[in-house]
Design a binder for this molecule. Sequence first.
Ligand SMILES: *Cc1c(COP(=O)(O)O)cnc(C)c1O
Ligand code: SF4
Length: 342
Amino acid sequence: MIPRSVPPCQSNDATEWPAHHWQTALASAIRQPAELLSYLELPESLLDAATAASESFALRVPKAYLHRIEKGNINDPLLQQILPLGSELIESKQYSYDPVGDLDSVEIPGLLHKYHGRALIITTAACAVHCRYCFRRHFPYQENRVEQNWQQAIDYIRQHEDIHEVILSGGDPLSLTESRLKKLTDKLLTIPHVHTLRIHTRLPIVLPERVNNELLDWLNSLPWKIVMVLHCNHANEIDEAVADALQQLHQHSVTLLNQSVLLARVNDNAGALIKLSEKLFSNHVLPYYLHMLDKVQGAKHFYVNQDTATQLINEVRQCLPGYLVPKLVIEEAGKQSKTALA
Ligand SMILES: *Cc1c(COP(=O)(O)O)cnc(C)c1O
Ligand code: SF4
């Protein structure tokens, strides 16, 4: 695809286009509620609430994702994930600003070491899309970015010889350029006990342009096992461009897994979950986790209760081979692992 215009902050060198195209796509993501409603032919009556809700957590949706949403359909499962609603502003009891106890497990700013053998790095605050149910929507990224603390994080991992797997998370780690990613992995390369790199990302789903040659070259250059845990909640999120991106990653020997969040009005029926698993598998991705919603302020309208959730996953289990049934899990602050419900 040829980008339409060159923002002044980007390179003007035409030969650079393929490499930078994803950044242009990222920069041109929709951020104005009015633009979203008008593009999707949705009623203007939604505007006031969308504007108010986007003041507490900004609207952001890349055009590649927007194009998969059916125009005029307020119930579209992809729209539901990105449309700011007035209900986000209702304070709810039992909902918190740090639902999974992240702040208690910050060892070094930007590094979470909650579970044995694995350490998670908050590589960046940036995401290509803002998911309204995000459990980190209130996370104090400003104080917890690893970028100013690389050396401290690396030293911590070096001192903890049980850490065999480093997880790049965020925000979305693939919203960093390859040169920044490479700086980080160059440092990790000096630690002999690290042998797996895991990347938690939604970029290949919401901005498939991100899976370009530069990214694949960087992945190829690494000596570790590479696991990519994607985040896809509905089969409609996988179109041709996403399928191509996944195919590329698969061909480069990346182990592809997916985590979803169980979300009311998005995927809270067995049919949607089954279709999602099948579509993932036909694109070389295995379902990994189906997360119960983390109770973060502003996301209550997405909640599906545990009885319904276990019933749903049991229905899925009756229809699919075991390897296509994600583990239904809940994250509880202070636990040694995520807690399996079914
Ligand atoms: C979820 C999570 C992990 C990864 O857990 P797995 O069960 O291995 O997928 C690691 N660290 C933190 C802080 C997490 O929240
Ligand atoms: S991509 Fe992930 S981290 Fe970013 S807003 Fe969505 S759920 Fe949150």
